[in-house]
Structures are given as structure tokens and as C-alpha cells.
Design a protein around this ligand. Structure first.
Ligand code: HEC
Length: 136
């Protein structure tokens, strides 16, 4: 009995170790890097204004100025651009970030190469600042 359960624990450990070891070298492991991350930047006035600038240059054409998913360039794409103000309520910082660097999908480009990591974090802060619904 004791022997059997320790074998099971050993097996579990081996599976976990293999996952971590395989992961360290692969791009597919972005989830481990960002998934649990908190936004490393403070939402200062400067960060927010840089975020706004980046958002307006790279995102608002499709997602709309207020990030409600209603930009003109978003019309006629295979999917409607996400209402980011609503959606971000359910996303941790890390999850929001991952969604910006995932593979292109239905018209949503990947910002893995186009934006620097700290630029993406600025955009995360800026989009969150657009959520002004006091009632939540
Ligand atoms: C060319 C149009 C376009 C641009 C530019 C664009 N998006 Fe999107 N985005 C989309 C579309 C369309 C979707 C919906 C994709 C889907 O539902 O499959 C989307 C979805 C998303 C999602 C949700 C993805 C998911 O997995 O649910 C996030 C987050 C997002 N966009 C953020 C951004 C940010 C931040 C920028 C600017 C840095 C940006 N997008 C620029 C079109 C665009």
C-alpha cells in the first residue's frame, strides 16, 4: 500500500519535471512565463499616456477608440473585434498579455514582434483605465 502510493507520487513528479524541462526551451511555454504574471509597471500618468498612444496606433482601428470592439477596420473581419473593456474584467494581467501575443486569429494580429514587452504592459494598463463603470 505504502509502496504503491509512493510509486504514484514518483510518477507524478516525473511527469511534472518533464513538462517543466521541455518547456524551458519552447515558445509554446509562454503560458508559464506570462500566465501568472502581474503587470510589472505602475499605472502612472506617463505609463497610461504611452499606453494610450500605443493603443491608438495599433489597436483602435479595429477595437474602437473606447475599446468597445467597434472600430471601422474591424468591420468585415472573420470575427468581430472583442469588446476589450468588458472582456478584460475576466482577464488577469498575464492572460490579457498572452492574448496579445498569441497566433493571429480571425483578423487579430499577433503583437509578439510588433510591440515590446513593456509596450504591451502599457496597453494593458490603458485598456483597463477605459473601464469606468463604477457599478461593478
Ligand atoms: C486588424 C484588426 C485588429 C487590430 C489592429 C487589433 N485587433 Fe485585437 N482582435 C481583432 C479581432 C477580429 C478579434 C477577435 C478574434 C476572435 O474572436 O477570434 C480580436 C481579439 C482581441 C483580443 C481577444 C483575443 C482572445 O483570445 O479572446 C485581445 C486581447 C485583443 N484583440 C487585443 C488587441 C490589442 C491590445 C490590440 C492592439 C495592440 C489589437 N487587439 C489590435 C482585431 C484586431
Amino acid at each position: 500500500m505504502a509502496v504503491r502510493s509512493s510509486t504514484r507520487i514518483m510518477k507524478t513528479n516525473i511527469v511534472l519535471l518533464t513538462a517543466v524541462a521541455t518547456c524551458s526551451g519552447l515558445a509554446g511555454c509562454t503560458h508559464l512565463k506570462y500566465g501568472f504574471a502581474k503587470n510589472p509597471l505602475e499605472p502612472t500618468a506617463e505609463t497610461l499616456s504611452q499606453g494610450k498612444d500605443l493603443y491608438e496606433r495599433h489597436c483602435s482601428s479595429c477595437h474602437g477608440e473606447g475599446a468597445a470592439g467597434d472600430g471601422n477596420a474591424g468591420k468585415g473581419l472573420p470575427a468581430t473585434p472583442t469588446n476589450l473593456v468588458m472582456a478584460q474584467r475576466n482577464w488577469s494581467d498575464g492572460v490579457f498579455h498572452i492574448r496579445m501575443i498569441a497566433k493571429p486569429k480571425n483578423g487579430m494580429p499577433s503583437f509578439r514582434e510588433t510591440l515590446l514587452e513593456n509596450e504591451r504592459w502599457r496597453v494593458v494598463h490603458y485598456v483597463r483605465s477605459l473601464d469606468t463603470d463604477e457599478k461593478r
